[in-house]
Ligand binder design. Structure first.
Ligand code: LMR
Length: 398
């Protein structure tokens, strides 16, 4: 039996933790008192004046929820089932009616990723996860936390602004049957460099031929070209592979970041196998969070279940996408060396800066971007764009 002293020492001897770089950046930017600071670090949408407003349609849905909700009794491990049902046509398109695909509500896309990898580890602990680099900084910690091995391949050439497509195909082609191919559905984070339709087709073919398990992380649907266009890669994969996992997030598309609204969809080769897989999913989610938080998903449910609110959401989503793409064009037009930014998608692109240059931008110009050179194109208000571009061009000039 442990003594009190042993217990105390067990905690005192914990190893130090390297803090998550994005969370550290948020704290640093918040603490900077300079009024003209530019925070292009974390991935939240900001409007022309630099705010992250609650969508009008979300306010209406929340009001309706407040007025009509009569109980907060538990819903169960699947969360709000109607929420997951309503997401199906948006995410899965022509596959929405496929009964071999089942989904459940999760705490954000991050919860869906963790749950999906938990399911994979349960099914095949020897599966390795093929992960292109760079990727979202939380991917590797989530994968490692469930005990799966990661095989990295280079995805993007930050200086040449191109996808290392041959290396990607080669890595997928050399993988073992049952290995997992982690893919960004759209608006690649951190690079903004998405596969084009021909590249998706190649990747889809190789995954199916090699018998890999595709795991699509789709957190920015609607921020690239449009809802259907942004899900085309995932839908192609669903058409070609019997087993597919997708981690979806509403946090960005409904601007409900802190409410943590996401879902996990699992496809297997048969309804029976999917039912069995989902039993494991429910078991794992019960162990981790028991039941997902309700509020954000309940509000999204209200929006998607009401044709008028749904149409209004499309309008607000289109406006966010339009702003993302117009800021991209403005930055791209400022200097030929930034032209690639106009051809990329979503909130992020990368600048070819060293860590020292990123620190200098922070210290001299109060511009906060990730150490990797990733910046959020809509992190800044319109009135800050010129100052941002000037500082970036000055840094490029050396
Ligand atoms: C980001 O990449 O900035 C967002 O996805 C926020 C996060 O949790 O890292």
């Amino acid at each position: 039996m442990l003594t009190e002293t042993t217990r105390a020492r067990a905690l005192a001897d914990l190893p130090p933790v390297i803090s998550d770089s994005l969370l550290a950046l948020i704290a640093m930017a918040n603490a900077d008192p300079r009024p003209d600071k530019i925070d292009v670090g974390v991935g939240v949408f900001r409007d022309a004046v630099g705010n992250t407003p609650i969508l009008k349609v979300m306010k209406q849905a929340e009001q309706r929820l407040f007025d009509t909700q009569v109980t907060k009794a538990y819903l169960g491990s699947a969360g709000d089932k109607r929420f997951a049902e309503l997401l199906r046509p948006i995410l899965l398109g022509p596959h929405a009616g496929d009964e071999r695909i089942a989904g459940l509500q999760t705490p954000g896309g991050c919860g869906a990723l963790r749950l999906g990898f938990e399911l994979i580890r349960t099914a095949n602990p020897n599966a390795r996860v093929l992960m292109g680099t760079p990727t979202w900084p939380n991917h590797a910690p989530i994968i490692r936390s469930v005990g799966l091995e990661i095989v990295e391949y280079p995805y993007y050439d930050r200086d040449g602004h191109v996808i290392h497509f041959d290396a990607m195909l080669q890595s997928l082609g050399a993988a073992r049957e049952g290995d997992v191919a982690l893919l960004h559905g759209v608006c690649h984070n951190p690079t903004g460099a998405d596969l084009d339709a021909a590249q998706w087709a190649e990747v889809t073919r190789v995954i199916a031929e090699r018998g890999l398990l595709p795991f699509v992380d789709i957190a920015y649907q609607g921020f690239g070209r449009g809802l259907d266009e942004d899900a085309a890669g995932l839908r192609g994969i669903l058409a070609a592979s019997d087993e597919v996992i997708a981690a979806q997030s509403c946090d960005k598309s409904f601007s409900v970041y802190r409410d943590r609204v996401g879902s996990l969809f699992v496809k297997t080769g048969s309804v029976e196998a999917t039912t069995k897989a989902m039993a494991h999913v429910f078991q794992r989610s019960r162990e981790m969070w028991s039941m997902p938080p309700d509020h954000g998903a309940a509000a999204v449910h209200i929006i998607l279940d009401d044709p008028k609110l749904k149409a209004d959401w499309h309008i607000e989503l289109d406006a966010m996408r339009t702003r993302i793409n117009s800021v991209r064009q403005r930055i791209a037009a400022a200097d030929p060396r930034l032209a690639y930014i106009g051809q990329q998608f979503g909130m992020f692109s990368m600048l070819p800066f060293s860590k020292d240059q990123v620190i200098a931008l922070r210290e001299r110009h109060a511009i906060y971007m990730a150490d990797s050179g990733r910046f959020n194109v809509v992190g800044m208000a319109d009135h800050s764009i010129d100052r941002f571009v000037e500082a970036v061009v000055e840094t490029l000039d050396g």
